[in-house]
Design a protein around this ligand. Structure first.
Ligand SMILES: Cc1cc2nc3c(=O)[nH]c(=O)nc-3n(C[C@H](O)[C@H](O)[C@H](O)COP(=O)(O)OP(=O)(O)OC[C@H]3O[C@@H](n4cnc5c(N)ncnc54)[C@H](O)[C@@H]3O)c2cc1C
Length: 450
């Protein structure tokens, strides 16, 4: 059923049995050889970081997959000028830990710290924005070294802002990033408060929140009419911050909950009973992890979702204009309920959402024009998921959703072209210069970028 639907709507998916050769990249010389046109590596070449994306952007059916996580050296932390230089395969949690030893942190609240620096720059790395600066990690990049699709080694800095903005969020389509320098900041504490609300109550404050400089993140349970809201404000009075409460919160949300959902799905065959139990467990977990226990933090303490837990969930992310979100969230609840009634499929894990501020630092930024709310729909249930994400894509298109090429499942190419319009045209032009032989282009990426 879903394969037929995919085909009928022209959506492409990499076959499960891929023939591509995986090539570990452990040093710059191997990367240079791989990108050398004379070296004879099979094309297309796809860079892969921690492979936490939910689309086929980081793999290919034939050709070469460049495994970047071996390039994992932190090259310099400049405590005086507040910068860090690191290779592309460094995991964000390693970077965060090294910076914390110098009293520094990455700019922006970034979860999923199992991802690599290269993946976080080449694909949007989003998190709840506090204030109106820094929607993504890419906005703090000051320079990077890469090898372009035509094999040219390049160093790109803020003096070539347009090119830097194109390479950030380029999904490895202009070249492979080898290392990057980022602005960082002294550790700054924020206070975190928590609320449990009905969806209607959440809607009544969503507009006010979206227009303020408070950072917010929420867990949404459409079938229980519940929102667990987490509000973050920079505050001199935030008090001591500790890693442990955030680690427990992360463990509860990203490991314990998906595990329990998976087990309950196996143990409880009667659907109505199963979902009643799963929702009760989810509510209890949210109640515990978002307690007064987690009262303050900084961008170093809130290290979420390391690589070990990433394979346990399926997800698809869409961004919606923050100005409309109070309507979207109610429509989303109705969509989930109607879809469940019609198809028998529903997500078992709460959806996660957060506001991202306007950020035009990279050309393909999803919040290029205005602040958005990212909504990450999550499940552990594979049976029915592919059909669900097609319906979700139809819903999102109706509500002016903005897709992210590495996180949005079952995206229609025509819709993506319509949303990214002139920015995509400009990006394609640049691509033709930097990768004229399409060595980095796979059939999946070609749907959007050729
Ligand atoms: C449970 C879960 C939660 C998540 N939560 C968030 C979240 O809160 N916010 C968010 O923004 N994302 C989130 N993500 C999505 C994902 O983690 C990010 O998009 C991440 O930035 C991808 O990094 P990666 O190292 O896994 O890259 P990959 O998935 O391996 O690759 C991503 C893209 O970047 C390219 N690429 C990788 N390395 C390089 C390089 N060195 N040079 C050039 N191109 C390269 C790849 O070809 C691909 O197109 C989540 C994912 C999961 C599974």
């Amino acid at each position: 059923m879903s394969a037929a639907r995919l085909k009928s709507t022209g959506r492409y998916r990499v076959p499960v049995a891929s023939q591509a050769k995986e090539t570990p990249i452990n040093n710059l010389k191997t990367l240079a050889t791989l990108m050398d046109r004379e070296a004879g590596f099979a094309v297309p070449i796809r860079p892969q970081g921690a492979a936490t994306s939910s689309t086929d952007c980081n793999r290919c059916a034939t050709g070469t997959i460049a495994l970047m996580s071996g390039l994992d050296r932190i090259l310099n932390i400049d405590s005086y000028n507040h910068t860090v230089t690191a290779q592309a395969g460094v995991r964000l949690y390693a970077l965060t830990e090294a910076l914390a030893e110098h009293g520094l942190e990455l700019i922006g609240n970034h979860e999923m710290t199992g991802r690599t620096l290269g993946g976080a720059i080449a694909a949007p790395c989003l998190g709840p924005s506090i204030g109106n600066q820094h929607g993504s990690l890419a906005s703090s990049v000051t320079s990077l070294k890469m090898i372009s699709g035509n094999g040219k080694a390049m160093t790109i800095g803020t003096d070539r802002k347009n090119l830097l903005g194109a390479v950030c969020s380029s999904y490895g389509l202009l070249g492979i990033i080898a290392e990057a320098t980022l602005k960082v900041q002294p550790q700054t504490n924020f206070s975190a408060t928590h609320r449990k609300l009905t969806i209607a109550n959440f809607c009544s404050i969503a507009d006010t929140l979206s227009n303020s400089d408070v950072g917010f993140r929420f867990a949404l349970m459409p079938h229980r009419d519940r929102v667990y809201l987490d509000l973050r404000r920079y505050s001199a009075d935030a008090g001591e911050t500790y890693n442990m409460p955030w680690k427990i919160k992360d463990w509860g949300e990203s490991t314990v909950l998906p595990h329990m959902c998976k087990s309950l799905n196996r143990l409880l065959p009667i659907q109505s009973v199963r979902y009643r139990v799963i929702d009760t467990v989810s509510q209890a977990t949210q109640g515990i992890v978002n307690s007064r226990f987690v009262r303050s933090g900084n961008n170093g303490t809130m290290q979420g979702r390391t690589a070990s837990s990433i394979k346990k969930v399926l997800y698809s992310t869409w961004c919606f204009p923050a100005s409309d979100f109070s309507f979207v969230v109610q429509a989303y609840r109705d969509f989930c309920r109607e879809n469940y009634e019609r198809t028998g499929y529903r997500c078992d894990v709460p959806a996660i959402g957060y506001r991202i501020c306007k950020d035009a630092s990279s050309i393909l930024s999803p919040s290029f024009d205005e602040p958005m709310v990212a909504l990450q729909t999550t499940s552990t249930q594979l049976d029915g998921w592919e059909d669900f994400v097609i319906d979700l894509a139809d819903f999102a298109e109706h509500w002016a959703g903005v897709p992210i090429f590495n996180q949005t499942r079952s995206l229609r190419a025509d819709y993506a072209k319509q949303v990214y319009a002139n920015r995509l045209t400009y990006f394609r032009k640049l691509r033709r210069q930097m990768d004229p032989e399409n060595r980095l282009l796979t059939p999946f990426m070609a749907q959007f970028f050729q």
